[in-house]
Design a protein around this ligand. Structure first.
Ligand code: AMP
Ligand code: MG
Length: 415
C-alpha cells in the first residue's frame, strides 16, 4: 500500500501548467494570470474630492467658526464626470460632488456638514437659490482631496504573472481599462463511467441497474476546481466498448474513469488500460477508497494522465478530491490545492479499524466559541447522501485506532 501523499505526489509529477490564452476577465475567475499587468493610466486620473461639499482655498478658511463663518462666493457647481472650466480664486468656492476633479485653484474640500448649507438639499437646485456659502470650520490644505494616482501609478506593475484571478483582481483589471487578460488555460477533463449496471439518469432502470451518479459528482467537482468536464458517457464492461470510449477522451488534458479498478470478475478496465497506455494499480492507505489506477495515454506526442477512480460513489468523490482536484489546480498553475484545516472537537467517536487514513464525512459548525464535528450518519462508501449532508472530511490518521468523543480532530473544509 502507498500513502495518500505518495499517491498524490506521483500523480502531480505527471501534471504541468497549461499554456496561456486570452480571455474576457469575467470568464477567467479562478484562472492564473500569465502576464505581468502594467498600468498605462493613473488611478484616480486626477485629484478629486472624497466628499460632497465645497472646493475652496484652504488658507481662506483659517479661523472659520460657527460664530464667525467665512463667507465665500459660489462660482459654480460640479458633478462627478465633469471638469470645471474656471478657477477657484480668492473669496470663491465651487459646490462639488464626490469623485469630481478638483477645480483649478482649490486645494481642500469643506463637507456640507461644516458649512451653513441646509442638509438634504438636492444637487442642481442650488445655483438658482443661493450664491454665497458660509464655511463654519477651517480646512487644512489637502483636506478631503484624493490624490491623483493614489491607487495606481502609470507604469506600475499591478498584477504579477502567477496571481490567481479572483473578484478583486477582476475589479482591478477593469479599473485599468482591461476587459481581457492572459491566463493559463483551463484543463479539459474527460469523465467516463464504466459498468454494465450503470445507466444514464433520465432513462428507465431495468432490474439490477443503477443510475450513474459518479459522472455527475465528478464532473461537478471538475467544474468547481476550475476545469472543463467532457462527459464521455458510460462504457460497458467490454474491451471494445471501453477502448472506443477512452479514445474519445484523448483530446483532453486528463482522463478520469470510475469503477473497474478493484478485484471484480468483470473488471476489464485493467486489461484495456494496460494495453492502451502505461498504467499502475495502487492500493492507497485511505478509507473510503483504496483501489486507484493511475497511468498515462500517449496521444499526439503528449501523455494524457489518467486517474481510475473506484466505483463506489463516496470513494470516487473522496479520491477525486484528494488526487483529481490537485491535478487540475496544477494544470491551472495553482499550488494552493490544500484545503483549509479546522481543528474541531469530535462530538462522537470516529473509528479507524484498519490503520488507513480515514476521511469521515462530517458537519463542522461553530458552537460556544469552538468548532465541533459530527458525522453525517452511515459512513458506507456507497452512501452518497453522507457526502451531500457534510461540509468537511474529518481525518483520522493512519496510526490512530480512532478519535474518541471529546478529542480534537483535523477537518478538511470542503465548503
Ligand atoms: P466497481 O469498482 O466496478 O467494483 O464498483 C463498485 C461499486 O460502485 C458497485 O456497487 C458499482 O455498482 C458502483 N458504481 C460503479 N460505477 C458507478 C457509477 N458511475 N455511479 C454509481 N455507482 C457506481
Ligand atoms: Mg464494476
Amino acid at each position: 500500500m502507498i500513502s495518500v501523499d505518495e499517491a498524490r505526489e506521483r500523480i502531480l509529477s505527471y501534471c504541468s501548467v497549461l499554456p496561456a490564452e486570452e480571455r474576457p476577465v469575467l470568464d477567467a475567475i479562478g484562472q492564473v494570470v500569465a502576464e505581468d499587468v502594467v498600468s498605462d493610466i493613473d488611478i484616480p486620473p486626477h485629484d478629486n474630492t472624497a466628499m460632497d461639499g465645497y472646493a475652496v482655498r484652504a488658507s481662506e478658511t483659517a479661523g472659520a467658526s460657527d460664530a464667525a463663518p467665512v463667507m465665500l462666493r459660489v462660482v459654480g457647481e460640479l458633478a462627478a464626470g465633469y471638469v470645471f472650466d474656471g478657477e477657484v480664486g480668492a473669496g470663491t468656492a465651487v459646490r462639488i460632488m464626490t469623485g469630481a476633479p478638483m477645480p483649478r485653484g482649490a486645494d481642500a474640500v469643506v463637507p456640507f456638514e461644516e458649512t451653513d448649507e441646509p442638509e438634504g438639499r438636492a444637487f442642481g437646485s442650488f445655483a438658482k437659490s443661493r450664491d454665497v456659502v458660509g464655511v463654519r470650520k477651517a480646512a487644512g490644505a489637502g483636506a478631503n482631496v484624493r490624490d491623483a494616482a493614489e491607487d495606481v501609478r502609470r507604469g506600475q506593475r499591478i498584477i504579477a504573472a502567477g496571481t490567481l484571478l479572483q473578484a478583486a483582481q477582476c475589479g482591478v483589471l477593469a479599473s485599468l481599462g482591461r476587459a481581457r487578460v492572459r491566463v493559463h488555460r483551463r484543463p479539459l477533463v474527460a469523465v467516463l463511467s464504466t459498468g454494465d449496471e450503470v445507466r444514464e439518469p433520465g432513462e428507465p432502470l431495468r432490474p439490477g441497474q443503477i443510475y450513474d451518479s459518479n459522472a455527475y459528482s465528478i464532473s461537478a467537482m471538475v467544474l468547481e476546481a476550475g476545469g472543463i468536464p467532457k462527459r464521455l458517457g458510460i462504457a460497458q464492461d467490454t474491451v471494445e466498448a471501453l477502448t472506443a470510449k477512452l479514445r474519445e477522451g484523448l483530446d483532453a488534458d486528463m482522463l478520469v474513469t470510475s469503477a473497474g479498478v478493484s478485484r471484480g470478475d468483470y473488471d476489464v478496465v485493467k486489461d484495456v488500460l494496460a494495453k492502451e497506455g502505461e498504467v499502475d494499480f495502487w492500493t492507497v492507505r485511505m478509507r473510503p477508497g483504496k483501489p486507484l489506477a493511475f497511468g498515462a495515454f500517449p496521444s499526439g506526442g503528449r501523455r494524457v494522465p489518467h486517474i481510475g477512480l473506484p466505483g463506489n460513489p463516496v470513494s470516487s468523490m473522496v479520491s477525486f478530491e484528494l488526487f483529481g482536484r490537485p491535478a487540475i489546480f496544477t494544470m491551472l498553475g495553482r499550488s494552493d490545492w490544500q484545503r483549509p484545516l479546522v481543528r474541531a472537537i469530535a462530538d462522537e467517536r470516529i473509528e479507524n479499524t484498519d490503520a488507513r487514513r480515514v476521511f469521515a464525512r462530517a458537519i463542522v459548525t461553530r458552537r460556544d466559541g469552538r468548532w465541533h464535528a459530527v458525522l453525517t450518519g452511515s459512513q458506507g462508501s456507497g452512501v452518497l447522501t453522507s457526502m451531500a449532508a457534510g461540509n468537511a472530511l474529518a481525518i483520522v490518521p493512519e496510526d490512530l485506532p480512532g478519535i474518541a468523543a471529546g478529542e480534537e480532530v483535523d477537518c478538511m473544509m470542503l465548503y
